[in-house]
Design a protein around this ligand. Structure first.
Ligand code: PEP
Length: 252
């Protein structure tokens, strides 16, 4: 069993209501009771409508709570339907997912993501920055160049890397039950770490998670890659049982 800190981050996407607190509660209890299992950090990124409620209702916290997006603008402004990083921070968010491919698919550019990252860093939120290639890009052999571009155009050398965790999420793997071949995945995770250090002229190795169709059955496969610092889990995090089983099975 590894003794390196591993992240298990749930991305609830557009799921949940006040009754979903029972899921939060079960995962929180599990986190408390299994604290000797290993060094792990459990985070659930929930819809913005629920973060304040969950944050207040959860008395002793053994997990952290986060959200899934924000507007780039730092103050209040004429942006109908939007929520900024400061509002999310005040509502109890500690983490924020940015650059998710489901938002990129709706037109979010690397440049817009950069503005959101700046805003979130200003609020001292911890960022889970999603990067990953589409199937078309993969088939054209462009995976590494896409990842490099996503890192270079959304980040700056002066950013506090301690507040940014990468989530490598191949778009073709999200919600499809398809996962990368382990030897390819290992190379990609190593590439992200190496390329980031080179381009951002830092000795600090960034944390890199894997995300895309992780479930309680396939999680064991990933434990062979020590370079993976944890997982971003979508669909399976909407069930406390499935999410907890992923964590238990990872350490089996
Ligand atoms: C995600 O949405 O970040 C994700 C990894 O989804 P899924 O686990 O459902 O593929």
């Amino acid at each position: 069993m590894t003794n390196k800190l591993k992240y298990f981050i749930g991305n609830w996407k557009m799921f949940g209501d006040f009754g979903s607190f029972k899921i939060i509660n079960k995962v929180n209890k599990f986190s408390h009771e299994s604290k000797n299992l290993s060094k792990k950090k459990i985070i659930l990124c929930v819809p913005s409508t629920l973060i304040h409620f969950f944050n207040k209702k959860l008395k002793s916290k053994f997990i952290s709570l986060g959200v899934q997006n924000c507007h780039y603008h730092q103050g209040y402004g004429p942006f109908t339907g939007s929520i900024n990083a400061s509002m999310l921070k005040k509502a109890g968010a500690k983490y924020i997912i940015l650059g998710h491919s489901e938002n990129r698919a709706e037109g979010e550019t690397n440049n817009l993501i950069k503005k959101k990252i700046i805003s979130a860093l200003k609020q001292k939120l911890n960022i889970i920055y999603c990067i990953g290639e589409t199937l078309k890009e993969k088939n054209k052999g462009k995976t590494f160049s896409i990842l490099r571009e996503q890192m270079k155009s959304s980040l700056e050398k002066k950013f506090n890397i301690n507040k940014i965790i990468f989530a490598y999420e191949p778009v073709w793997s999200i919600g499809t039950n398809k996962i990368p071949k382990m030897d390819k995945l290992k190379k990609t995770i190593k590439f992200i770490k190496r390329d980031f250090k080179k381009n951002f002229k830092t000795k600090k190795t960034p944390k890199v998670l894997y995300g895309g169709s992780v479930n309680d059955k396939n999680i064991r496969l990933f434990s062979s890659i020590s370079q993976i610092d944890g997982f971003l889990i979508g669909g399976a995090s909407q069930s406390s049982k499935k999410f907890i089983d992923i964590i238990i099975n990872y350490y089996k």
